[in-house]
Design a protein around this ligand. Structure first.
Ligand code: SAM
Length: 279
């Protein structure tokens, strides 16, 4: 059978695959399809979230540029990310003492553990992980904990994720970041959702002193480069010398399949059409 991803009213993607799980949680419609091309695919409210075959790109790029360039990252906060991929990559760092993961929908974690083990592996049971099933916006508003890195790996700005694109949310994150802290978030497809990065960029440059766009090519996030915005209180991921980064990369034996020290710098080089959206 073929299933259709209704990305937009005028752009849809179809994939051949069989439905292996379907449920409606308190927050969204969850489906898992098993496909020859991409392995198992997690679909939330009709939108492809992650696939077993290409998830490594997104989860490596949402983690390593910030962890490897930080001298000693000890505490990280992850918002969303119920598939466990970001958590798996974060836990490769021995310096990390604590990761708080705040996912609003526990059903996503249950489905990941059952059907997407190649993505989450044993990340959710690592003793450094504190798992909270609640709204990420509420958590950042109330927590007194401080973090070196905040990763916002949410769905697009609709439904429960809408609050994760607000100025108040970013101001709360600014408050809970340590001096050299960094926040990174996905901001959609450069070609099909240009306003998502433009709007987020405008709000973030109001709150943070440094906001750097970053790109990666992710096959199942269609529409050209996939965009990320990196917000820093001071030090940015580019404030590290290549030899230092290389040494750390080799020492950690990260075994990444997309990220590497060369890509660390290349992913911040933008094509003009993205620069123009931000001007
Ligand atoms: N990798 C995917 C992407 O790039 O779009 C998203 C990963 S993950 C599946 C997105 C998660 O964000 C979902 O599990 C969803 O439940 C969660 N989420 C949405 N709104 C949230 C909120 N307000 N607080 C915490 N988690 C939220």
């Amino acid at each position: 059978m073929f299933f259709r991803e209704d990305l937009f009213s005028d752009v849809k993607m179809t994939y051949e695959g069989s439905l292996v799980h379907a449920e409606t949680s308190a927050f969204q419609d969850l489906k898992i399809y098993d496909t020859a091309r991409f392995g198992k695919v997690l679909v939330l409210d009709g939108v492809v979230q992650t696939t077993q075959k290409d998830e490594f790109i997104y989860h490596e790029m949402l983690t390593h540029p910030f962890m490897l360039s930080h001298p000693k990252p000890e505490a990280a906060l992850v918002i969303g990310a119920g598939d466990g991929g970001v958590l798996r990559e974060l836990l490769k760092y021995r310096s990390l003492k604590k990761v708080v993961l705040v996912e609003i929908d526990g059903a996503v974690i249950d489905v990941a553990k059952k059907h997407l083990r190649s993505i989450c592996q044993d990340a959710f049971s690592d003793k450094r992980v504190e798992l909270l099933i609640e709204d990420g916006a509420k958590y950042v508003r109330q927590t007194q904990q401080l973090f070196d890195l905040v990763i916002v790996d949410s769905t697009d700005p609709v439904g429960p994720a809408q609050v994760l694109f607000s100025r108040a949310f970013y101001a709360d994150i600014y408050r809970i970041l340590r001096k050299d802290g960094i926040m990174v978030r996905q901001t959609g497809s450069s070609f099909l959702q240009p306003l998502e990065i433009r709007d987020s960029f405008r709000i973030l440059t109001d709150v943070f002193s440094e906001v750097l766009p970053m790109v990666a090519a992710i096959p199942t996030y269609v529409g050209g480069f996939f965009n990320f915005l990196v917000s820093a209180k001071g030090r940015t991921p580019l404030d590290v010398a290549f030899p230092t980064l290389n040494k750390r990369y080799d020492a950690l034996r990260l075994q990444t399949k997309y990220y590497n020290p060369e890509m660390h710098f290349a992913c911040f080089a933008l094509p003009n059409y993205i620069k123009e959206v931000l001007e």
